[in-house]
Design a protein around this ligand. Structure first.
Ligand code: AHR
Length: 491
């Protein structure tokens, strides 16, 4: 029996809802086909956005959406994506498959998508191949409400009122696809570019510097040393796969060893956050600069027969388990991690949704995000629980990870079992609070390789979980390789 005490009175800070953010790049079939099909498509759409996908995504209450990249951001010139569609210039998407990008999805379409989803926009600007003027003009075009040539151009293109834009990233992976820069060079560029991110709207723009990948602590050191007072956030990218960058592993065909290696690699997110945070703490003990994990998730080899540049993979219970483990890590570091954006929303990497023509399937990761949304903006609660752990590739992986939060008299408790071979009996003791009801959902699969396909779209889906409640304790069985979320209504 795994016992955990949830201390309802011991609150440990708010879990920012932005941790449940998403990312959509001009990559493969994420934007085109996945989200945007154009007004003339046979697929039902509103202003070009496909209704089935938007409606499903609305269920997730997505707090923030990052766009247009990724690597694409540092190749993107926003002027190509405004005005009449037929006169927008084409470009080659050199990062992702060398396909032609017709720029039919641009700034106006992105804000339209955000409005349909009810989500906040987060735009990544172009530092790698764009000018300072281009970036400053884009901000004015989007957010200035007065009389200026740029604001009037926006009006001419159909948008009278300025959009609200809070989140802005100054480049992406500028140590790699965003320019192969040294941190010292990027740091100087950042100082210059951010100067011209002017505040035209009521709310100041939250400036996010292009931060490190993985365990590049030198990058963090330089950015924090040189410009901590000029940034509100610094990004971090970390992806999970059992193999290495050359052979990451298959998204569906994996053995037990691959499973445990994937768990261990996911846990390294914690190492990255702890170590980057320690550097940030040394320069910024007041924690004014937030960590923005604006790319994370599983990255497997592309499905056989698909374009290698499209990063199209399937999604199993392994992805859902990894998602809960990782979200728990973000919860635990809520004093520094303000936002996270899983990569990517549709048809790319650890997607919520996969599409094929007019068909769509919801992935196990979608279900997991839907189940966990009660944590958004909840107060993290102290959970007294020491899980048994196993060692894999030198990383200690908990067999069971539990996280709890409270919001408006409702407690959300999530629990994940990372073992393939043993079910866990869990007993939660709720201290210092009484509860009147419990409902619970379980995401599990009879075979961990199952995935939702266009022929069998509901192979992996949540089911009701039976719980027993007595004397302030809630008990339930957490099967091997599964994730559960309990909603506990307090009296
Ligand atoms: O999400 C896919 C790619 O991964 C992004 O474009 C890039 O930023 C990262 O390397």
């Amino acid at each position: 029996m795994e016992k955990a005490i949830i201390n309802a009175k011991r609150k440990k800070g708010k879990i920012s809802r932005y941790i449940y953010g998403q990312f959509a790049e001009h990559l493969g079939r994420c934007i085109y086909e996945g989200l945007y099909v154009g007004e003339d498509s046979e697929i039902p759409n509103i202003n070009g956005m496909r209704c089935d996908v938007v409606n499903a995504l609305k269920e997730l209450e997505i707090p923030v959406l990052r766009w247009p990249g990724g690597c694409f951001a540092d190749d993107y010139h926003w002027r190509d994506g405004i005005g009449p569609k037929e006169s927008r210039p084409y470009m080659v998407n050199t990062n992702w498959g060398g396909v032609v990008e017709n720029n039919h999805f641009g700034t106006h379409e992105f804000f339209e998508l955000c409005e349909q989803l009810g989500t906040e926009p987060y735009i990544a600007g172009n530092v790698g191949s764009g000018t300072v003027q281009e970036m400053r003009d884009w901000i004015e075009y989007m957010t200035f409400g007065g009389d200026s040539p740029l604001a009037n151009e926006r009006r001419k293109n159909g948008r009278e009122e300025p959009w609200k834009l809070k989140w802005f990233g100054v480049g992406n992976e500028n140590w790699g696809c965003g320019g192969n820069m040294r941190p010292e060079y990027y740091s100087d560029l950042y100082r210059r570019y951010q100067t011209f991110i002017r505040n035209y709207g009521d709310e100041p723009i939250f400036k996010i510097a292009g931060g490190p990948g993985d365990f590049n602590y030198h990058w963090t050191e330089v950015l924090m040393r040189e410009q901590k007072n000029l940034m509100d956030g610094m990004s971090l990218h970390y992806y999970t796969f059992p193999g290495d960058w050359n052979e990451k592993g298959d998204s569906v065909v994996f053995d037990d060893d691959d499973w445990y290696r994937t768990m261990a690699k996911a846990m390294k997110m914690e190492t990255a956050i702890k170590n980057h945070t320690a550097i940030m703490d040394s320069y910024d003990p007041e924690k004014k600069v937030s960590l923005i994990v604006d790319e994370w998730g599983t990255w497997f080899d592309v499905l056989p027969g698909t374009n290698p540049g499209f990063l199209y993979q399937q999604n199993t219970i392994r992805d859902a388990v990894i998602a809960m483990l990782t979200l728990h890590i973000f919860h635990a570091h809520n004093d520094r991690v303000l936002m996270a954006n899983i990569a990517q929303m549709v048809n790319v990497l650890q997607a919520m949704i996969l599409t094929e023509g007019e068909k769509m399937v919801l992935t196990p990761t979608y279900h997991l995000f839907r189940m966990m949304k009660g944590h958004m903006d909840g107060e993290l609660l102290d959970v007294d629980h020491t899980s048994a752990a196993y060692d894999c590739i030198g990383v200690s992986v908990p067999e069971v990870s539990i996280s709890a939060s409270e919001k408006d008299g409702v407690m959300t408790v999530s629990a994940v079992n990372t073992r393939l071979d043993s079910d866990k009996d869990i007993e939660l003791e709720i201290r210092d609070a009484d509860f009147k009801s419990v409902s619970a959902e379980l995401l599990a699969s009879s075979d961990v390789h199952n995935c939702n396909t266009f022929d069998e779209p509901e192979k992996v889906k949540p089911a009701l979980l039976h719980t027993a409640a007595e004397n302030g304790k809630i008990s339930f069985k957490l099967p091997a390789a599964s994730a559960a979320v309990l909603t506990v209504t307090l009296s």
